[in-house]
Design a protein around this ligand. Structure first.
Ligand code: TYD
Length: 205
């Protein structure tokens, strides 16, 4: 089973999943957690380049290729072997982040970003994608309140960019209704956790 987590900045997906994963492990499920960009030593090095606030000159297509390269490395080194070994793999961000951020918000185009990602993933899609949906205004407000979380280069993008990210995510949910489940992340944390847990349990049985 391969599950991915998606959502705009400040959707709270990481905190929600921490609790949900704790419950699943308590129930005896074997979970491998990973994230993108990153997840393996090489992919984390790629992550450093992408998120470095000094790299303002990073070209949009070069950025999209770096995300795809990090994804490929994570798949080959970690995700595929873990699925093969029978674990549930949960990846914080995956292909839909590239479609929403690079394809939609950066304006490269969904089809072009999908093409380079199909090359990187050999057409391997998650079975379940949880989309933590939240209005950008609220998400960015949450980030500002969360002092432990470092503000990265992409957090600094204009509000309009984040609105486009959200719109593209919602369009993707319409395009892939079997795979993508939209979760209202503006609810209180407790409710988001319960909803998320219920969706995963439904797929596991
Ligand atoms: P991160 O600090 O991991 O953000 P979050 O906690 O919100 O997941 O930084 C990842 C950033 O990279 C985030 O702003 C989304 C962006 N991103 C893309 O633009 N394209 C991608 O393919 C991926 C995986 C992430």
């Amino acid at each position: 089973m391969f599950i991915t987590l998606e959502g705009p900045e400040g959707s709270g997906k990481t905190s929600v999943m921490k609790e949900v994963i704790r419950r699943l492990i308590d129930e005896g499920h074997s979970i491998i957690e990973t994230r993108e960009p990153g997840g393996t030593e090489i992919a984390e090095q790629i992550r450093t380049i992408i998120l470095d606030r000094k790299n303002l000159k990073l070209d949009a297509r070069a950025e999209a290729l770096l995300y795809a390269a990090s994804r490929r490395q994570n798949l080959v080194e970690k995700i595929w072997p873990s699925i093969q070994a029978g674990h549930i793999v949960i990846c914080d961000r995956f292909i839909d982040s590239s479609l929403a951020y690079q394809g939609g918000a950066r304006g490269i185009g969904l089809d072009e970003v999908l093409q380079i990602n199909l090359f990187a993933t050999e057409g391997s899609f998650p079975e379940l994608t949880l989309l933590f949906d939240i209005e950008p205004e609220l998400g960015l407000k949450r980030i500002a309140q969360n002092k432990q979380r470092e503000v990265n280069r992409l957090d600094l993008e204009r509000l309009d960019f984040h609105r486009q990210v959200r719109q593209t995510y919602l369009a993707l949910a319409k395009k892939y209704p079997q795979r993508i489940v939209v979760i209202d992340a503006s609810q209180p944390l407790h409710d988001v956790i319960e909803t998320t847990y219920a969706h995963i349990k439904k797929r596991l049985t």
